[in-house]
Write a protein that binds this ligand. Structure first.
Ligand code: UT7
Length: 350
């Protein structure tokens, strides 16, 4: 069995900065509310045309590949995590493969929302461990800004999310005790509809309450992808029961972090840096308090980027590394929780 390590890491955020004050041009909101409830000061939005989840993923991937001292030709597998793909299908993995000029290697897309990157990393880790692949590109990228409701109706969701991408290259390591020590994945579909984008989807709303179901066109077949009424009444946009997500997150984050520590006979005092998914600064602070971690043991950058879903963990990991907050031999814990609900952690000896 091989052990895998993060050999290179990169991130990309679009140049367009939208402060909380900027959002007041579109909706009834204010800087004080957003900062107090989420910690967010500003976020980045991709160019409306020309910049996509895939193009941002490519920017991050190029940096990660270079830092891994490897080349595009060496990459032997792609895992791409996103909930905001360029197309409904196919996924972003093949678009990245094509645009980066990679060979006919496998490309896998992961749909696990905020925990997408941790899931992707775990899958990559298994492939490296078995020796099947030697240079796996793992990408987490999101372009949320194209599909959020920027009217006052959608403000509790739209102010939170931002665009961006992060990537790592995973390789086998021969250094004993180094690299990914373990990963832990969980899900519970009981609350699947509490954070979701229902349409377009094949369910035609059968899982939803009667009053949430749209009035579909009366025709024998087809015509159920999206209707104009759904844009008008807001059912076309992502839905989030923020308080339900919050309550579950503050329980599952500490649980899955402790699970990783217990598995490796370690304690929270051993963690050099926790990189939590940047969902809400208050959630991260709650987790910090529960695990009795010091300020220097937790990294947050949601203030600058908002919640970038599958991109948030690799962006934060990369930024922490670039700022010199991650050193050789450090114990790093990645943890995420999000729609599904799904959650997970990865413990890494850097
Ligand atoms: O990464 C994916 C996982 N997602 C999360 O982890 C999100 C978890 N949840 C949260 O972060 C929080 O629930 C939110 C930040 C989404 C919302 O905060 P909250 O404290 O739960 O607020 P709320 O939705 O209960 O709304 C409280 C009030 C409401 O007004 P009334 O009914 O009390 O008069 C909202 O209409 O705040 C109002 N409100 C806003 N006001 C100004 C909601 N959004 C806004 C806004 N600006 N953007």
């Amino acid at each position: 069995m091989f052990q895998s390590k993060i050999a290179g890491i990169g991130y990309y955020v679009p140049k367009n900065v939208y402060t909380n004050d900027d959002l007041t041009r579109f909706m009834d909101t204010n800087d004080e509310w957003i900062q107090e409830r989420t910690g967010i000061k500003e976020r980045r939005y991709a160019d409306r045309i020309g910049e996509t989840t895939t193009t941002m993923g490519i920017e991050a991937a190029r940096i990660a590949i270079e830092r891994a001292n490897t080349t595009v030709e060496d990459i032997d597998f792609i895992i791409f995590a996103t909930l905001s793909p360029d197309y409904y299908f196919p996924g972003c993995g093949v678009l990245l493969q094509r645009e980066m000029g990679m060979g006919e290697i496998g490309a896998l897309d992961i749909r696990n929302q905020c925990s997408g990157f941790v899931y992707a990393l775990s899958i990559a880790d298994q492939f490296i461990k078995t020796g099947m692949y030697k240079n796996i590109l793992v990408v987490g990228a999101e372009k949320h800004s194209f599909a959020l409701d920027y009217s006052t109706r959608g403000r509790s969701v739209s102010v939170i999310f931002g665009d961006g991408a992060g990537a790592v290259v995973l390789q086998p390591t021969s250094e004993p005790g180094k690299g990914i020590l373990s990963t832990h994945l969980h899900s519970d579909g009981a609350d699947a509809e509490k954070l979701a984008m229902y349409y377009p989807g094949s369910s035609s709303g059968i899982w939803l309450d009667q009053d949430q179901q749209p009035d579909w066109p009366k025709q024998e077949l087809g015509g159920m992808l999206m209707t104009k009424e759904m844009l008008d009444d807001g059912t076309a946009f992502p839905y989030m029961d923020g308080q339900a997500v919050f309550k579950k997150a503050v329980v599952k984050f500490p649980e899955v972090i402790l699970e990783s520590l217990t598995k490796n006979n370690l304690q929270s005092t051993d963690i050099n840096l926790l990189i939590p998914h940047q969902a809400n600064l208050r959630i991260a602070q709650f987790v910090q308090k529960t695990l009795r971690l010091g300020d220097d043991q937790v990294f947050n950058n949601i203030q600058k980027y908002g919640n970038t879903t599958a991109a948030s963990v690799p962006i934060a990991l990369c930024e922490a590394w670039e700022e010199g907050k991650i050193k050789d031999g450090d114990l790093i814990c990645l943890a995420a929780f999000g729609a599904g609900f799904t959650w997970g952690s990865a413990l890494i000896r850097w």
